[in-house]
Design a protein around this ligand. Structure first.
Ligand code: TYM
Length: 327
């Protein structure tokens, strides 16, 4: 059975971008593939975090995975920081990654511009991500378009390692959603909706109240043409709203465009808000049940035990091939 693996950083509260780019595909494929979903909490500390908030968000992420439809009986769910082999393998992979390759990562370039004291961890973050993926021989990695370059780096490292030491790692493929690979900020629809932004007016968090969701969507930035059609270049705001509707309703972009072609912007926004509110209210109800039930710790304990065995075996194979240790 092919293996699917993904993770969402607890660096901010999850958004509808996280749902569409990261979680939705895992839910869709969980019956077909051996599915792994984890919390990359070590990735979160590549930028400063408040320990209390981080601890809270780790649990919230897991409860939200479940509330969004991740079935704990069909998925292996775990925390990155509870398995030392992620960082062990990351070091090995760092020693097989060229500075030139790491320097080309566009997300590092963007993120490092926004901070003062940039950590070395932020620079090596894509290599830890490669370790997350290669440790479990993932075949498919569902991600939004912003993570595609990182999965490609994991592919390159895997191929290089295999060529040098013989077949060791599966070469993973990114799985990018056809619609919603990059949900844009509602206030600045030319930039990605990002959970770690400080300006939150254009971001819909999965746990926003109905009132807040409606307000954010109704005040989304559009254009002055007053005509609804899909054109990312010239109408980023309207195209983003159509994409959000399409992702939440399951209707194709073409059909969504057709449905709303005679709507004014106010009515379009209202319909988008309705479909988002309906889905997020369902998720929030389940989220609360999972948070109150103790299931989060249960699934994480099971996950930790399972992945420790898989990861240890892979890491020992790597050690042996490199001539590390005594065996
Ligand atoms: P992160 O936490 O930034 O985002 C989690 C997932 O959500 C997707 N995503 C989006 N998709 C569409 N539109 C958006 N506005 C949007 N915002 C976020 C991201 O593409 C991602 O799929 N490095 C990763 C976490 C990670 C990981 C891994 C993922 C660590 N190790 C191994 C997969 C496999 C990250 O920071 O994603």
């Amino acid at each position: 059975m092919k293996r699917l693996l993904t993770g969402l950083q607890p660096s901010g509260d999850l958004t509808i971008g996280s749902l569409i780019g990261g979680i939705k595909q895992s839910v869709e494929y969980q019956n077909e593939y051996d599915s792994f979903i984890f919390v990359p909490d070590l990735h979160a500390i590549t930028v400063p975090q408040d320990p209390t908030l981080l601890r809270d968000r780790i649990k919230k992420n897991v409860a939200l995975y479940l509330a969004c439809g991740i079935n704990p009986n069909k998925n292996t769910i775990y925390l990155q920081s509870e398995n030392v082999y992620h960082t062990n393998l990351s070091w090995v992979l760092e020693c097989h990654t060229y500075m030139g390759e790491a320097n080309r990562m566009t997300q590092y370039k963007d993120k490092s511009k926004k901070q003062e004291n940039v950590s070395v961890g932020l620079f090596t973050y894509p290599i830890l991500m490669a370790a997350d993926i290669l440790l479990y021989d993932a075949d498919y990695v569902p991600v939004g378009i912003d993570q595609k370059q990182h999965v490609e780096l994991a592919r390159d490292i895997a191929m290089r390692f295999n060529k040098k030491y013989g077949s060791t790692f599966n070469v993973p493929n990114p799985l990018i959603p056809k619609v919603g690979a990059k949900i844009m900020d509602l206030q600045t629809p030319t930039k990605k909706m990002s959970k770690s932004d400080t300006e939150t007016k254009g971001i819909i968090f999965l746990l926003d109240s109905e009132e807040v969701i409606r307000k954010k969507i109704m005040s989304a930035v559009t254009d002055s043409e007053a005509k609804v059609y899909y054109d990312i270049e010239n109408k980023p705001g309207i195209s983003n709203l159509l994409t959000i509707y399409s992702s939440f309703s399951g209707l194709s972009i073409e059909k969504t465009e057709e449905k709303f072609k005679d709507f004014n912007y106010g009515n379009l926004k209202k319909e988008v808000a309705d479909v988002v509110v309906e889905k997020l209210m369902q998720i929030q109800k389940k989220y609360q049940e999972y948070m109150d039930s103790g299931i989060v710790d249960e699934v994480l304990n099971q996950g930790r035990e399972k992945v420790e065995k898989i990861a240890r075996q892979k890491y020992e194979e790597v050690m042996h091939k490199l001539g590390l240790g005594r065996n």
